[in-house]
Design a protein around this ligand. Structure first.
Ligand SMILES: O=C(O)c1cccc(C(=O)CC[C@H]2O[C@@H](n3cnc4c(=O)[nH]cnc43)[C@H](O)[C@@H]2O)c1
Length: 280
């Protein structure tokens, strides 16, 4: 791999403070993120070790590299770690990683209410920025119900992004702020939706990649965010009711304000984020 392949300052003019890696699952989400770039922004493609393709958007207040890494937390972690390692070896590490894409929205209701009784839930088309990124099915099933791996004495099940950055990005995008779950199986029943909402007060969205992206970012000491737009309601499976086009359009809208919000917030946090080891 040459320095140019991984991205050198001379090649793209982006310094560490301004370099952001955005990881989506599929190409349609990647293209929706790239479509947000202002007229005049230049987009080039770069190949990562293993063949993954980065779309590099330059010309805005921060430099965005956008990668479609595949569906699910394992593909997301592998793709993110590859991109982070390639950039670090080239001497141009990223200052922020963002998991972005569409997701399922939890409905408002008693099961989704916050501990203080405030309503929760999000409608189709809403934008959500995660204040907590949670691996919802990483654990063990026991006679007493689900037990997260942390209670078994292992690992991490939650990452908490930098609150100031979360607020800045959410305010600019008109987004709700709350918990985003990472699941390996899309929820397909009212019972499972209620179980997840009961276990995670304040949950707004479920998707399939955020925790994988966050684990890779944490391994590299890089801050993480998750931005989701709601394509469907979490609950009984009804694929015909998914509004993917509207959610992708909302994703483009969120990334129109994203670079300015990150730049105005002073760029990515200087300190690496710390994974939370408590059970959410
Ligand atoms: O068919 C298409 O045109 C299309 C375009 C963009 C994205 C898709 C996907 O199927 C993306 C899958 C992706 O979306 C997340 N997601 C969306 N809804 C849910 C959900 O209810 N539960 C969990 N994940 C959801 C997830 O992150 C997937 O990776 C299709």
């Amino acid at each position: 791999m040459s320095a140019r392949d991984a991205g050198s300052p001379a090649a793209d003019g982006a310094d560490r403070a301004g370099r952001v890696l955005v990881v989506t699952a599929v190409a349609a989400e990647r293209d929706a993120v790239c479509a947000a770039s202002a007229d005049g922004a230049a987009t080039t493609a770069r190949t990562l070790p293993g063949g993954g393709e980065l779309r590099c958007v330059r010309g805005g207040p921060v430099a965005l590299d956008v990668l479609a890494a595949g569906v699910g937390p394992a593909a997301a972690a592998a793709g993110t770690a590859t991109a982070l390692t390639a950039a670090a070896l080239a001497g141009t590490p990223y200052g922020l990683v963002v998991s972005a894409g569409i997701g399922g929205g939890f409905a408002p209701g008693p099961g989704a209410a916050l501990p203080d009784g405030a309503p929760s839930g999000v409608p189709l088309g809403a934008v959500v920025v995660a204040d907590m990124i949670v691996a919802a099915d990483l654990g063990a099933e026991t006679p007493d119900g689900f037990t997260p791996v942390t209670e078994l004495g292992f690992g991490t099940v939650a990452h908490r992004p930098d609150p100031a950055l979360v607020e800045a990005v959410a305010a600019a995008a008109g987004a709700a702020v709350g918990t985003v779950l990472t699941v390996s199986t899309v929820t397909g029943s009212a019972a499972r939706a209620a179980e997840l909402a009961g276990r995670h007060p304040g949950v707004l969205v479920e998707a399939m990649e955020g925790f994988g992206v966050a684990e890779a970012a944490a391994a590299h000491g890089v801050p993480v965010l998750e931005v989701r737009t709601v394509s469907n309601a979490v609950g009984p499976r009804d694929r015909a009711a998914w509004r993917i086009g509207a959610a992708l359009a909302a994703l483009t809208g969120a990334f129109r304000t994203f670079p300015g919000a990150v730049a105005a917030a002073g760029g990515p946090a200087a300190d690496p984020h710390r994974p939370s080891r408590r059970s959410p």
